[in-house]
Design a protein around this ligand. Structure first.
Ligand code: GLC
Length: 794
């Protein structure tokens, strides 16, 4: 009910009537088409009767169930309990694996299956023990149970074990001790810390404990409950119990998981810059004014987003010609100013005769229907809508064709919203009725199975359209909802987070959790979606977001203006610094993007990423690593001017003045409003891009942070398209008191900078040799030559 009242502001009284009507209709439909739940007592596998070896695995027959164990790689085990209908592999990128060698043998109690990396013991009643190659127990599973359509899967966790992931969660980084739902949901009146579930649920988690770590992915899109008590339970309301278990430290596990479910392609480079948005910039004039506002103040801007008011009465794929008379002209003008235009698209198609998108979808039967063949209708922004059935390949192709006019007008990227799918239901579950039918690639299914896949497949349709229609451009798709594999198609933003200090605080845990769920690109609405943040809250949020992959200010209808200059001069000055820092960091960020495309590693990583056995780091959710080189400790409390920072082992330099600290341990660092603690790992070669005074040309500055050894990478290419790239590899080591720098490279793209400088941190340089010749510099900075090695003597 709360939701109904919260919505009046946005949808008016008539809209309110629809929410009530839809909630009533939906419960009537759900009653009418209720499926008789198959009854029965819980069934367990019973006794193990027979085991049969097969390439890369084994098939185990129990009295009442079958267990299929299949190694896809030595450290990747697929487990399937049947009989049950297998999932359509929507989540998977790679479905063909060559079986690694495994050994099957009888053990005292049951059977053992061993690969080069894992050892699985199958107990006589269907319990499984998984050990790593050194014999350390990673995970202990109890026999599954089945009641009707439901599968219950339990595991005994190790003491002190921490769990991370499950997609977009709103409170804690470590998920242990609580319950979570798998059912994508728009909470309607915005998200508050602790709301669960919200927009993007992914049944994947990472377990970290003193004996090692592993990743679990359940390939089952049905509604599920995960209860991380003792034992941990995953309860699926339907579908097969099929899961993938990957052993190894977090970076290795994420690499495998993303080999299985895919990695994001390189984004267009502009996407890593700053985005400005608002619900809504509602005319081309307003858009021009905002862009002008950035340019007259000398603030960099990469993209501006159009929210729903650019459409003609919220009809998807239309443009309001009164307010945006010439979209193509506007795009061109923005392009000349280096600003990309992104437009929102919602899946609901207004039920309206005479509206071409609706008519064609209806004519070709591309919308979801009820079991009696009537169309599913539910209210969203435009009023009563039909919902494309993205599990139908014909729907995906048709939907993709609708992008053509926008892409022809030059729109640079698309923003997919409301794709849980969300509807305006006055109460109850705000989505489609459960009995709604879906094609499921022609085999048929209902919304219980398709719901969590809806966003994933809308993004797939959009992504494939962009690839097809603009083959020389990299797609930029932003989404609110999705499922496992979403990273192949889209970036994510964290939805309608409340604009409060606690809303800010939840951001770090949410972004880290998404990264550990395989979603490397995400970020919050800076300042929060709702409410009116103070200048201080806006600054602190901005300072945090400057180090997150997706960097955008956005806010709800009716909120006070949220452009960087809306909070006065002092705020503007600070925001400018952080905007500039973000753009200086682009070579580093772009290199991390390249890494994400080749390893699946998130850009934002928990502090324990490289030291997963340092238990002090397991609960840190107020700081993070950006790549491996930077440690970011945002300020999350009002009025704070300093903060406590936990350091992983190693040498850490404060970015702003090179003060050196040694971890592991804690330090208290200054954090006046102008600054947040930012530390650079010793041994780092940090590439920053500086604009030369009075020119548009960029200079590369390689910052060398002294330590025993280290290095860094720099990936460069045209920033768009699919041409060649290049990778510069830097190494750093000490030779006595001196620092030795070596430079290697590969790839066909020419080195993009004419001017390169070295700046050395952590030692006073008295003599610098570049390519064998002594050079003089300013302070600790020296002219460099690409790709010359260098030596710095104290
Ligand atoms: C949803 C989105 C929000 C958007 C609004 C209007 O609430 O999460 O970002 O501004 O819809 O389209």
């Amino acid at each position: 009910m709360l939701r109904v009242f919260a919505a009046i502001r946005f949808i008016g009284i008539r809209g309110l009537g629809r929410t009530v009507l839809y909630a009533l209709q939906k419960s009537r439909i759900e009653r009418r088409f209720r499926r008789a739940a198959p009854a029965g007592d819980p069934v367990s596998p019973g006794a193990l009767q027979e085991v049969e070896a097969q390439p890369g695995g084994a098939r185990c027959r129990f009295e009442r169930m079958e267990l299929d164990l299949q190694f896809l790689a030595p450290d990747l085990l697929r487990v399937t309990w049947g009989p049950a209908a297998l999932p359509i592999p929507y989540a998977l990128l790679k479905t063909e694996w060559s079986s690694p060698p495994v050994r099957l043998a009888r053990s005292e109690q049951g059977w053992e299956l061993t690969s080069d990396a894992l050892h699985v013991e199958v107990g006589p009643a269907g319990d499984l023990r998984v050990r790593d190659a050194a014999g350390r127990l990673l995970r202990e599973e109890l026999p599954p149970q089945r009641s009707g359509d439901e599968f219950v899967h339990r595991a005994r966790l190790r003491s002190g074990e921490h769990l991370y992931g499950l997609g977009n969660r709103t409170r804690f980084l470590n998920l242990r001790g609580r319950a979570y739902e798998m059912w994508n949901r728009d909470p309607g009146a915005g998200t508050h810390p602790g709301n669960d579930p919200i927009y993007l649920c992914i049944p994947v988690y990472l377990g970290v404990h003193a004996e090692g770590s592993y990743l679990m992915f359940y390939e089952n899109p049905h509604r599920a409950t995960f209860r991380f008590g003792d034992p941990a339970e995953a309860i699926f309301s339907g579908g097969a119990l099929r899961y993938y278990l990957i052993a190894g430290p977090p970076p290795r596990a994420l690499e495998r998981y993303s080999e299985l479910t895919g990695r994001p392609g390189l984004p267009p480079r502009w996407a890593l810059g700053y985005h400005q948005s608002r619900w809504s910039y509602a005319s081309d004039r307003e858009v021009r004014d905002v862009v002008e506002g950035f340019q007259t103040r000398g603030l960099p801007l990469s993209a501006i987003h159009l929210d729903i008011d650019y459409m003609d009465r919220f009809r998807v794929f239309t443009v309001d010609r009164r307010r945006f008379p010439g979209l193509a002209g506007l795009v061109r003008e923005l392009e000349e100013r280096g600003v990309a235009l992104v437009t929102i698209l919602d899946p609901g198609v207004k039920h309206d005769r005479g509206y071409a998108v609706y008519e064609s979808g209806d004519e070709e039967n591309l919308f979801c229907t009820l079991p009696d063949g009537r169309p599913v209708r539910a209210p969203v922004w435009p009023g009563w809508c039909a919902f494309p059935d993205f599990t139908n390949p014909r729907t995906r192709a048709w939907w993709g064709e609708q992008y053509r006019p926008l892409l022809e007008a030059g729109v640079a990227g698309v923003w997919h919203d409301m794709n849980e799918p969300a509807t305006f239901a006055g109460w109850g579950d705000p989505t489609l009725p459960q009995p709604a039918r879906h094609s499921m690639e022609g085999r048929g299914g209902d919304h219980r199975e398709a719901h969590n896949l809806y966003g994933l497949l809308m993004n797939r349709a959009g992504y494939e359209a962009l690839r097809r229609q603009r083959p020389q451009h990299r797609p930029f798709v932003l989404t609110r909802s999705g499922w496992a594999g979403i990273q192949r198609y889209a970036w994510n933003w964290t939805g309608d987070v409340e604009g409060s200090w606690r809303g800010l605080r939840q951001t770090v845990a949410t972004v880290l959790g998404l990264g550990l769920s395989g979603v490397p690109y995400t970020g919050p609405d800076i300042g929060g979606f709702s409410g009116s943040p103070s200048g201080e809250l806006y600054v602190r949020w901005f300072q945090l977001a400057a180090f997150l992959p997706f960097f955008r200010t956005h806010s709800a209808k009716g909120t006070p203006r949220r452009e960087p200059w809306s909070f006065g001069q002092r705020t503007l000055a600070i925001v400018r610094e952080f905007l500039n820092l973000r753009y200086r960091l682009l070579p580093y960020l772009y290199t991390l993007a390249w890494e994400a495309s080749t390893t699946g590693h998130p850009l934002v990583r928990p502090l324990y990423w490289l030291q997963d056995q340092d238990q002090e780091l397991w609960d840190v959710q107020d700081a993070f690593l950006l790549g491996n080189a930077l440690l970011v400790a945002p300020v999350l409390q009002p009025g704070a001017h300093s903060r406590d920072v936990r350091l992983p082992a190693g040498t850490w330099y404060e970015f702003h003045d090179d003060t050196m600290h040694r971890g592991p341990g804690r330090v208290v660092l200054e954090a006046p409003l102008e600054r947040i603690p930012l530390l650079v790992r010793g041994g780092t070669v940090l590439p920053l891009e500086e604009t030369l005074a009075g020119s548009r040309e960029k200079r590369l500055v390689l910052h060398l942070y002294a330590d025993e050894e280290g290095g860094g990478l720099l990936y460069s290419d045209a920033g768009e398209g699919y041409g060649p790239g290049r990778l510069d590899r830097f190494r750093l080591r000490r030779d006595g008191e001196s620092l030795i720098f070596t430079w290697g490279h590969e790839g066909g793209y020419p080195f993009p900078y004419r001017d390169v400088t070295f700046c050395v941190h952590g030692m006073v340089v008295r003599r610098a040799l570049v390519g064998g010749a002594e050079v003089s510099g300013e302070g600790n900075c020296f002219p460099a030559r690409h790709p010359a090695d260098a030596r710095f003597d104290p």
